[in-house]
Ligand binder design. Structure first.
Ligand SMILES: NC(=O)c1ccc[n+]([C@@H]2O[C@H](COP(=O)([O-])OP(=O)(O)OC[C@H]3O[C@@H](n4cnc5c(N)ncnc54)[C@H](O)[C@@H]3O)[C@@H](O)[C@H]2O)c1
Length: 252
């Protein structure tokens, strides 16, 4: 089987990093299911892919909702074929210092990142093990190493690294690899929202971040899409259980 017949699911792909990954995988020859909270929000990503000659469908689902996830994966299998590539990218931030963080902000972040990745992967793995091929890529973050104001998000992103390593152990024998990408600062609506919350103009916020990054710039969604493209490729079958920091420099 060649990559031209692979079916990929990218969650949270209406915009930002997910949209860039979906678009890149379509350019690589995969058919792509673009999943986000509602199908209408996925249209820009889908029409960009189809206008360039690729194959994509928009599917609405909240990844933290068990019934919505199983319906979405069934819909993808029905409309495109069995998915064997899964990128768990959907994400939210609800930043606050620990003493001010509400339980609901804790649970929302855990729900999207951890519960969502668990539900999606559990639903898709049946197609992967049957095909004896699969690629799971989970979006972690440099925040997994600790980040002030993000006790919920850093815990979820660190949790995704353990989740990834265990997937690699359990699914390797079926030809399925699992890896995590841990981005540093990437220019998206998520980082723009952080700048707004901190009342710093986004340009200034980006310049401040770039000054701390060895390559002297902030990341772009395409930087992460490039890494995802590599990890889901046929040739990456001996790379599993790894966390690749994509942050313009080393992390500690
Ligand atoms: N931007 C960064 O600097 C950065 C750094 C490290 C990690 N990340 C991670 O990369 C991923 C993408 O981030 P981004 O910057 O593109 O964010 P973004 O906010 O621009 O996009 C996130 C997308 O996820 C979707 N989403 C949110 N909750 C969902 C749910 N329950 N079900 C389905 N879709 C849902 C949103 O609607 C949105 O389209 C996230 O997991 C994020 O935590 C981002």
């Amino acid at each position: 089987m060649t990559s031209t017949s692979r079916i990929a699911i990218v969650t949270g792909a209406a915009r930002g990093i997910g949209a860039a990954i979906a678009t890149r995988l379509a350019t690589d020859g995969l058919a792509v299911a673009v999943i986000d909270l509602d199908a209408a929000s996925c249209e820009a990503t889908v029409s960009g892919i189809t206008a360039a000659g690729g194959r994509a469908v928009a599917v609405g689902a909240d990844v933290s909702d068990e019934a919505a996830v199983s319906a979405a994966v069934a819909e993808v299998a029905d409309r495109l074929g069995p998915p064997t590539v899964l990128v768990n990218n959907a994400g939210v931030i609800r930043d606050n210092l620990l003493f001010k963080m509400s339980l609901s902000d804790w649970e929302t972040v855990m729900g999207v990142h951890l519960r969502g990745s668990f539900l999606m992967t559990r639903a898709v793995q049946a197609h992967m093990t049957e095909a004896r091929f699969g690629r799971v890529v989970n979006l972690s973050s440099t925040s997994a190493l600790g980040n002030r104001g993000q006790v919920n998000y850093s815990a979820a992103k660190a949790g995704l690294q353990g989740f990834t390593k265990t997937l690699a152990l359990e699914l390797g024998r079926f030809g399925v690899t699992a890896n995590a990408i841990a981005p540093g600062f990437i220019e998206t609506e998520m980082t723009a929202a952080t700048a707004e919350r901190m009342r710093v103009p986004f340009e200034e916020f980006k310049a401040g971040a770039a000054a701390q990054i060895p390559v002297g710039r902030v990341g772009q969604p395409a930087d992460i899409a490039h890494t995802a493209s590599f990890l889901v490729s046929e040739g990456a079958g001996f790379i599993s259980g790894q966390v690749i920091y994509v942050a313009g420099g080393p992390t500690c």
